[in-house]
Write a protein that binds this ligand. Structure first.
Ligand SMILES: Nc1ncnc2c1ncn2[C@@H]1O[C@H](COP(=O)(O)OP(=O)(O)O)[C@@H](O)[C@H]1O
Ligand SMILES: CC(C)(COP(=O)(O)O)[C@@H](O)C(=O)NCCC(=O)O
Ligand SMILES: [K+]
Length: 277
């Protein structure tokens, strides 16, 4: 089989869950998210004889959309004699360790990414997302990742890291208040666009008001600082809370929201650029 037709997987391990993509050559066929897998399941993957078997273990059928099921059936017909390569980008070392048992694991390290001026402990997810966004839409580029953590990561025209920032993500802010206080409830993040009242008269709405308005104000402040540095600079948004975030931004600052590129697969574009080059 030609190299360009090979099936391979990309796995990004975030602090909340696993993010998967199935590629055929340079084409991204489909993506899915799952919870962390038990060590025993990862260990068994080495013994899968077919791609079908492998996918059954890492992509439960009940989670598949109809389109994904059809895609998967076509893909599964392509016989895979050896376990397909899994290109792994992880920011969770204990999880990385578990995946070392997979026979065809290819761990992506920072030195593989042609971004200049990186510092040694920069998260591989941040570097890949920035690379994927910049190579797709152009530099200067700022990536906002609304994941477990909220991160800002930027590079200039010369594809050189400008820097960024890290703070607790939306889910984490609600969880910390619920866990580290004596009588605050745990608020779940939904996908609703409706904003809480700014001056709330009950606990639940007070928490939502505090977290959401300061979260959005902080993001707006970073965006404005970015446009001060690079008035034509682009901005791409990813992460599990991206829809919620964009909904709030549309409601509060529509003129900012229209300029944002919303793209969940930035890391996979980054991995694709590196694997294919
Ligand atoms: N099914 C889900 N499981 C976990 N988090 C989810 C889910 N759907 C949305 N989220 C939101 O996504 C955030 C995590 O973002 P994500 O990009 O998946 O994290 P990471 O890449 O750090 O693992 C959480 O704060 C949560 O609010
Ligand atoms: C900042 C992060 C925790 C974000 O992880 P995520 O929310 O995507 O799971 C991760 O990119 C990381 O561990 N970074 C290392 C430190 C740094 O980037 O400077
Ligand atoms: K992430």
């Amino acid at each position: 089989m030609r190299e360009t037709e090979k099936i391979w997987l990309a796995l990004e391990i975030g602090n909340s869950r696993l993010h998967w993509a199935l590629f055929k050559g340079e084409i991204l066929n489909f993506t899915w998210d799952i919870d962390y897998l038990p060590e025993s399941v990862i260990f068994e993957l080495a013994r899968c004889q077919t791609l079908d078997d492998l996918l059954l273990a890492i992509f439960p059928v009940h989670q598949r959309t109809e389109a994904q099921k059809q895609q998967q059936e076509i893909i599964a017909k392509a016989s895979v004699l050896s376990p397909p390569a899994i290109f792994l980008a992880s920011v969770v070392p204990s999880q990385t360790a578990l995946w070392q048992t997979y026979p065809n694991i290819r761990i992506i390290t920072l030195d593989r990414i042609p971004l200049m001026g990186v510092y040694p402990t920069l998260g591989i997810d941040r570097a890949l997302a920035l690379w994927g966004a910049g190579k797709t839409w152009g530099f200067p580029m700022l990536v906002i990742d609304a994941g477990t953590a909220l991160t800002f990561t930027a590079a200039d025209d010369n594809q050189c890291l400008v820097g960024g920032a890290i703070l607790p993500g939306l889910g984490l802010q609600f969880a910390t208040l619920g866990q580290k206080t004596g009588q605050l409830p745990f608020i779940k993040t939904g996908n609703s666009a409706s904003l809480p009242p700014r001056f709330a008269l009950n606990t639940s709405e007070a928490i939502q008001s505090g977290v959401i308005y300061t979260f959005i104000a902080g993001i707006k402040d970073f965006i404005e600082a970015w446009w001060c540095l690079f008035p034509e600079g682009k901005i791409a948004i990813k992460g599990g809370d991206r829809i919620l975030l964009i909904n709030y931004l549309q409601a509060l600052y529509p003129e900012i929201a229209v300029r944002l590129i919303v793209e969940p697969n930035l890391i996979f574009w980054g991995i694709q650029k590196i694997v294919i080059s």
